[in-house]
Design a binder for this molecule. Structure first.
Ligand SMILES: [Zn+2]
Length: 492
């Protein structure tokens, strides 16, 4: 346990704070290096020293003992709703289980399945979970299936306040789309478009970013979030990329993530999503592209040529039977990769383990990728995707965005090397403390002004309310008991 009189949740300690532990991951020269019993000093939200020994005066010293002081993790697709994919993991096919709007639901008029308060609450809850898992920078993502259409400005204003209250760095704006997929008959899914709604969503997102960017001491950052390549028209994407230049922000667009998307893009435009974007000159280093699991070799070459970053969430992909082909091959091509959760549990360290396994299976080689490669992606790769050299690293001038991971947790393999231990441990539950912008945002599972256990109870009730509405948007509207079967027969 650390002992310090003036360390308070939600506060940035005054003056210089020195932290030490068995291991410090500092940034020197070209990359991370491990410093045994290293010292990190932060002041006014910035790192002023990260190395072997600090000679100057400090206001306090914190010794975390058997732990790694690490740059906080960057989550490029940070789950920000109550994950609905868990409902279809064992209940397939997804189109029959409310994952695609049936024509009858479109005709009755889609509606918001959560209240504005519920939408705001689930973001606050998710931001809390990010901090509990050592994430200091999050670009939230949520499903649009249960929405009337796109995300709303009101819930993102509330999300920005939640990030400010909890002390989480975020990159965000409401997601928009100019189209959606409609289930016309079993297995027959066709796109429908309403371009005006996409353009209106973009206008709202731009206004949101102009109003919110830089708030809460810089914790709030703009990022445009058109939903998916197949649900956006060319005009919406052209205007999106132009707006990103004007606003100097990033754009996240799901691309090359599934067979239905590839089939739809070929039917609509004759080529894959990345190829279509490349043909219209819309690929650039501003673009963050989840998940690339269905990227063709030419698509990946376009990413490499244009500086597109991949947001890699191996857990959700592997659970759906796909993987990036491969993490190692993409890096060899020179593509920047950042990590993402995108699903529940929103555990980035778990994703590093799954990413390591997935790459080795994909390459059929036990040395195809190393723990440090995944760790680089979760820190430096994510920061690069966001265009920030002051995040994802601990060096003078960087933001004091820090995660402290326990190495002596009984579940963790004994330490030979702290990075291998953390990646093979595969669990963010070893996160002991998180600082964002020098402020203590999480300590021993506790958050500033937010009771995560009470929130979890509320999440359950909210989720049950959503499940009760699933018949409305499931094919032929069966009762809930027929949509979601239990794993085993229920004995009554
Ligand atoms: Zn995703």
């Amino acid at each position: 346990m650390i002992s310090s009189d003036d360390l308070t949740l939600g506060r940035r300690p005054a003056g210089r704070t020195l932290m030490t532990a068995d291991w410090l991951l500092a940034y020197h020269g070209e990359g991370h290096c491990l410093v045994p019993h290293g010292e990190l000093v932060m002041e006014n939200g910035n790192v002023i020293f990260a190395g072997r020994r600090f000679d100057g005066e400090v206001a306090r010293k914190l010794d975390f003992g058997s732990a790694l002081i690490s740059p906080g993790l960057v989550d490029l697709d940070a789950l920000s709703d109550i994950d609905t994919y868990v409902l279809v993991t064992d209940n397939q096919p997804g189109w029959a289980k409310g994952r695609i709007w049936p024509r009858s639901y479109v005709e009755r008029g889609p509606y918001e399945m959560y209240s504005p308060e519920e939408l705001a609450f689930q973001k606050r809850f998710s931001f809390g979970l990010s901090l509990l898992n050592g994430v200091t920078t999050a670009a939230p993502i949520a499903s649009l299936y249960y929405r009337q259409w796109g995300e709303t400005v009101a819930e993102f204003d509330a999300a920005a306040d939640a990030a400010g209250d909890l002390g989480l760095r975020v990159f965000l704006s409401p997601a928009y789309r100019s189209g959606g997929m409609v289930l016309e008959a079993p297995g027959q899914i066709l796109p429908m478009f309403d371009e005006g709604r996409g353009l209106a969503g973009l206008t709202d997102a731009i206004a949101f970013i102009e109003r919110q960017h830089g708030r809460h001491g810089g914790l709030i950052n703009g990022m445009l979030a058109p939903d998916r390549v197949e649900t956006c028209t060319l005009d919406v994407l052209r205007r999106t990329m132009a707006a990103a230049r004007d606003l100097d922000c990033r754009v996240r667009l799901h691309m090359a993530q599934g067979k239905l998307e590839l089939d739809t893009m070929r039917q609509l435009h004759g080529v894959s999503g990345p190829q279509w974007m490349a043909d219209h000159g819309l690929l650039s280093e501003r673009l963050i592209a989840p998940h690339a699991t269905y990227a063709l070799p030419a698509d990946l070459q376009h990413y490499a040529d244009n500086g597109v970053s991949i947001a890699h969430s191996p857990l959700v992909s592997a659970r759906m039977g796909s993987t990036l082909n491969s993490f190692a091959a993409c890096r060899k091509l020179g593509i920047n990769i950042g990590m993402a959760t995108d699903t529940s549990p929103p555990d980035l360290l778990m994703n590093l383990l799954v990413g390591l396994i997935a790459c080795r299976i994909s390459e059929k080689a036990s040395d195809a990728v190393l723990s440090k490669d995944l760790y680089d992606a979760a820190t430096l790769g994510g920061a690069k995707a966001l265009g920030r050299t002051d995040l994802g690293r601990l060096a003078p001038g960087a933001k004091a965005d820090i995660a402290v991971f326990r190495l002596d947790d009984p579940y963790m393999t004994p330490t030979v090397d702290p990075i291998t231990t953390l990646v093979l441990g595969g669990s963010g539950r070893v996160t002991q403390a998180v600082f964002v912008d020098g402020r203590l945002s999480m300590l021993d599972g506790k958050l500033a002004g937010f009771d995560i256990r009470a929130a979890r109870e509320r999440v359950q009730r909210q989720f049950e309310g959503l499940i009760a509405k699933y018949p409305d948007r499931s094919w032929q509207h069966p009762p809930v008991s027929e949509i979601f079967s239990p794993s085993y027969p229920i004995l009554t």
